[in-house]
Design a protein around this ligand. Structure first.
Ligand code: SF4
Length: 354
């Protein structure tokens, strides 16, 4: 768990061992208020903890208030170039401001944003992105490197600290997974602020999810990272689902985790169909603890895995052996395995929540 400085973003606190917060970003056109509000409601329902919205002009500042009227999750205003948009966003109720001091211009403008945020006690997320690294740093390091990203991040943090502002969340994002991991490891050693993790521009669908799982998941396993965003060229709801799965995979959030065997010539029950059905029907179960469900094709590894799980099935000829915490409970005909497992899962998850 992270021992970083705690930072409150509306009702969510990150850092200092708090739960890892899942973030996403609204993707409808900024002038489509209704579309953005619908998307925010959908993302909150999916399990998003913090939502970011692009504020490219003054009219869009009004969207912040509209979103907050419809969802309870904190809203982050994403501002570039014009410091006045950041100040207006603070006044409109944004719970965090995301700026890049490098493109805000004169230090006095950065100072004005810091002052506005300090007055209302809201944090600023700063960060670097491999796509917008300063020219002098690119020249110094001969391209995008982890060392260059760290140097730029350090300068970005200094741009706020010089005005005694320390309510900071830092992000170092790169589209290169290795650079992102290395840079985040390095910066986590030298600054105390919570880290926002993400592999930027990670692409579409499964490749984007794989890159994010390696980059974000690898760091989380080392105890680095306080809030995460999976960036996908897709509907943001998929970002939230992927983020939840990453947290589940590294044991940092509760829920039902299905462990299933890859099947082989010994398999006598339809493990693939069963695993998909159970995963689909349990993906929205919100519980504080992890509930492991093992679906194994036979008695070779089946009982072993099933024993480690909270509940499990080891397949036999047209039937499955139901295990609970390592004990064999009963045999179930294959056509009833899914229903019986779901019943058992429901019982376990209700018990867990007591
Ligand atoms: S658990 Fe059994 S059926 Fe599944 S892959 Fe292993 S040996 Fe094959």
């Amino acid at each position: 768990m992270s021992s970083r400085k705690k930072v409150a973003i509306g009702k969510i606190t990150i850092g200092g061992g708090e739960s890892i917060a899942i973030q996403s970003m609204l993707s409808k056109r900024n002038d489509d208020f209704d579309g953005n509000i619908r998307q925010a409601v959908e993302l909150q329902k999916e399990g998003c903890d913090i939502i970011r919205v692009a504020i490219p002009d003054f009219n869009t500042v009004k969207l912040i208030e509209k979103i907050k009227e419809n969802v309870s999750m904190p809203v982050v205003a994403d501002v570039h170039f014009d410091y006045r948009l950041a100040i207006e966003s603070v006044a409109a109720g944004a719970d965090k401001i995301r700026i890049n001091p490098g493109n805000i211009g004169d230090p006095d403008r950065v100072k004005a944003v810091a002052k506005a945020c300090e007055t209302k006690g809201i944090p600023i997320r700063v960060g670097v992105n491999s796509g917008s690294l300063e020219k002098n740093i690119l020249a110094k390091y001969g391209g995008v490197t982890a060392e260059g990203l760290v140097e730029s991040a350090r300068q970005t943090v200094n741009a706020l600290e010089r005005f005694d502002f320390d309510n900071i969340v830092l992000a170092i994002k790169s589209s290169d997974v290795k650079n992102m991991i290395k840079a985040c490891r390095m910066i986590s050693e030298i600054i105390p602020y919570p880290l926002h993790l993400g592999v930027t521009e990670s692409g579409t669908g499964s490749m984007g999810e794989i890159k994010s799982a390696i980059g974000i998941g690898g760091l989380l396993v080392d105890g680095i990272g306080d809030t995460i965003r999976v960036s996908l060229s897709d509907e943001p709801v998929f970002e939230v689902r992927a983020a939840k799965n990453i947290l589940k995979a590294v044991g940092l959030c509760g829920g039902v985790e299905v462990i299933s065997c890859p099947t082989c010539g010994r398999t006598r029950i339809d493990v693939i169909k069963l695993a998909k059905e159970i995963e689909d029907k349990t993906k929205d179960i919100r519980v504080s603890k992890k509930v492991k469900v093992a679906i194994m094709g036979c008695a070779v590894n089946g009982p072993g895995e099933a024993r480690e799980a909270d509940i499990g099935i080891a397949g036999g000829e047209g039937e499955g052996l139901l295990f609970k915490k390592g004990d064999i409970i009963r045999k179930i005909p294959e056509n009833m395995i899914a229903d019986e497992l779901l019943k058992e899962i429901k019982t376990i998850t209700n018990v867990t929540e007591k």
